[in-house]
Design a protein around this ligand. Structure first.
Ligand code: G3P
Ligand code: MG
Length: 228
């Protein structure tokens, strides 16, 4: 079972901050997931919501705020909102990074950053790109065929894993509440891994293991494994 740090180690440090990423690295997760959006001045910043209100002391839509203003915000415990580049530099290939792209217009910039990382000597296997926005993900897949890509859903589609047919996906990522054996088996028939969010306790882990899931996103690896 692949254990993926969700927004870093978001139960133990402010989500999607360098502190949270460092905590996930220290905890020894096998992959780290972050959420990425493009701000008004064009940089790829790490935040889950489309507005800065929930996780910082500021307000407004990321797409309307320049990086300079975003960098002045407190993302919790004095942490700044990181750039995607800073997360890549901090992880430094110690585990793969799952970049979840939020919203339109992010494929191009994320592709540019990853291409630059490859030029510096990193491996394509250091990255996986996912999204709920399957149009943007498809766009990214066309730009960078070398990177693993993963469409995300929340819910159980009538066609099970067939929604992935137009995308050369590596995995199907979906929510804990709707996953069932049928969709896991259908995804496996298509050669896809199945990764589930957000799984935080041993009971949930036992259930997803039993139905054949390949990996879980967790906010706290130790609570997931029942370690105090
Ligand atoms: O990528 C898995 C999970 O992070 C998707 O949901 O809303 O936490 O980004 P969300
Ligand atoms: Mg996410």
């Amino acid at each position: 079972m692949l254990i993926i740090g969700h927004r870093g180690a978001s139960e133990l440090a402010p989500e999607n901050t360098l502190k949270s990423i460092q905590r996930a690295l220290d905890d020894g997760v096998e992959m780290i997931e972050i959420d990425v959006s493009i701000c008004q001045s064009g940089e790829a910043v790490v935040m889950h919501n489309i507005k800065v209100d929930k996780t910082t002391n500021g307000s407004g839509y990321i797409k309307n705020l320049p990086l300079k203003e975003i960098r002045e915000l407190d993302a919790g415990e004095g942490e700044k909102v990181p750039l995607l580049q800073e997360v890549i530099d901090l992880i430094d290939s110690r585990c793969p990074l799952n970049i979840e792209i939020k919203g339109r217009g992010s494929a191009q910039e994320v592709s540019r950053i990853l291409e630059n990382e490859i030029r510096k000597g990193r491996s394509w296997d250091d990255f996986m790109v996912s999204s709920f926005d399957h149009f943007e993900l498809q766009e990214f897949g066309k730009l960078r065929q070398e990177v693993r890509i993963s469409p995300i859903i929340c819910g159980l589609p009538l066609g099970l894993a067939s929604f992935t047919d137009g995308i050369k996906a590596w995995s199907l990522n979906m929510n804990m509440e709707n996953v069932c054996r049928e969709i896991v088996e259908d995804a496996h028939k298509k050669g896809l891994k199945v990764l589930i969010f957000t799984v935080n306790d041993p009971d949930e882990l036992a259930y997803v293991s039993e139905i054949g899931v390949d990996g879980v996103f967790t906010n706290n690896k130790f609570r997931l494994l029942g370690i105090k």
